[in-house]
Design a protein around this ligand. Sequence first.
Ligand code: PLP
Length: 404
Amino acid sequence: MFDVQKIRKDFPILNREVNGKPLVYLDNAATSHTPKQVMDAIVDYYSNYNANIHRGVHTLSQEATDKYEAARHKIQNHFNAAKSHEIIFTSGTTHSINLVANGFSTLLEKGDELLVSAMEHHSNIVPWQMLAERTGAILKVIPMSIKGELEMDAYVRLLSDKTKLVFCNHISNALGTINPIDEIIQKAHAVGAAVLIDGAQAAPHIKADVQKLDVDFYTVSAHKMCGPTGVGMLYGKEEWLNKLPPYQGGGEMIAEVTFEKTTYADLPHKFEAGTPNICGGIAFGAALDYMNDIGFEAIAAYEHELLEYATQKLLEIKGLKIYGTAKNKTSVISFNIEGVHPYDIGTILDKLGIAVRTGHHCAQPIMDFYKIPGTVRASFCFYNTKNEVDVLVEGVKKAAAMLK
Ligand SMILES: *Cc1c(COP(=O)(O)O)cnc(C)c1O
């Protein structure tokens, strides 16, 4: 039995009021809230063993190093990576993607092709455009249907022996579509291309198994899955991480430095220059523990119930249109009301204590595809309730009546 009321007690922020109304937080696709258990890990770190890692002989440094590396192992186990050094700590998905895109500068030639899906977040578009500019590689787009599903036949036609890399999100933050990444990865590998999957939006909902997927790179941001901001991970297959050059130079990533020549440290340190977000990494591990204690199957089942309920209730509102109606989708609902600007709806909802996102959701090409300026996006987490869905629906009805 999924006890949402018990779970809500772990999230102090859910008790606050906004504009005199109980907070209804439906912006989880932008960032999720932090349970007490994760905050406790943060306080414990700064209260008891704050120290720089990997360098000190003293006790605090050793304790901090042990806990940080233990967090790396938790992440490894969670995503089922074969080796712990295939998990690189980063500041989040954006950093992870830039690290890989930068590395491929040395591996691409003019005329090589890169395939990007039509429903990417800007952080899975722009670093590749920059790479294409640097190398003369060509960026091609895998189209999507009006439902917000990738056109897999077109994808297969785009693949050739020129294709070097394919990148796609596991779940779209703007539409909620769960992409068929197994198939995307298999087909890319058949022509010898590597695949990076942006897992930022999937990790809060689905436990990905990187070995089973046979994915080359997978990226996650902790703050979307009950962890703090400023920390995340890049999973990379060992063979790829060995091929890529370091991203940043500095302390921690070296084996030996002289003014003539520097040799680099082994994985994962080669990609972890400077003092990392030690506390953040440890808290990321605590967030994974927290979510695994609830269980990803239970989370997925409950969120699916919320999605179905909210979809049905919202569609009862006259003039409301949902963007992203893929068969396989998660608890993200993007919508508009005919004749009303999404920003105005968002502003009225905020007055009612309801937090939604409005705008292009860092995915302008999707908005261009639908020929709209943006949408209102309600994204649900496992701590949301059907009662909150009702409050949202009433709020949207009120906003629509005021604005029409
Ligand atoms: C949030 C998000 C990102 C960017 O994550 P950051 O934490 O801002 O680096 C990238 N892709 C998707 C699908 C996202 O939802």
